[in-house]
Design a protein around this ligand. Sequence first.
Ligand SMILES: Cc1cc2nc3c(=O)[nH]c(=O)nc-3n(C[C@H](O)[C@H](O)[C@H](O)COP(=O)(O)O)c2cc1C
Length: 182
Amino acid sequence: MNTKKVAVIVGSLRKESFNRKVAKEMIRLAPEGLELQIVEIKDLTFFSEDIENSPPQTWTDYKNQIQNSDAVLFVSPEYNRTIPGVLKNAMEIGGRPPKENSWKGKPGAVVTVSPGAIGGMGSNQTIRVAAANLHISMMTQPEAFIGTIKDKLQEDGVTVDEKTAKFLVTFLEAFKSWIEKF
Ligand SMILES: Cc1cc2nc3c(=O)[nH]c(=O)nc-3n(C[C@H](O)[C@H](O)[C@H](O)COP(=O)(O)O)c2cc1C
């Protein structure tokens, strides 16, 4: 089987982002046959329909990276029980104009990470709502709400503990099987 390329979109621009740390751990833990790569969203300007037909180069480059991937993985915090604005903006840009929807038909998955107890469940659910409209086929199970993340990082502050790593491997194996269905 060919290696499947997964575009990883991190919904936080924070330097010490827990979500970015978990995304990097997922890159490290990815099973053979799955290649995860972060697609950066920090340079995307705000979406406007006025410029969607003559987009800036940053939008085009970003869309090409999505387009050239076999699947997409969102790793995101929850802001006010919903999607962080920067991630929503990146979802919008990827999906417009409708005839050039870069997400269309791709298999997807979502992981939400929070220092809070419920692991960004509200964000996880609302990312799924937007993804459905963008024609991304999201994996339904297992769900990944990673709460109390500060307690799940090892002393180095970078790597996750054994139990969390095991869960991420299970999640990635399931995602690989999901991608193979497409
Ligand atoms: C504007 C804002 C809203 C937030 N709302 C929530 C929330 O609804 N639920 C939650 O679990 N954490 C919330 N938080 C806390 C974030 O989970 C926390 O800042 C987290 O570290 C952000 O993810 P990151 O580390 O990847 O940047 C919020 C933080 C900010 C800045």
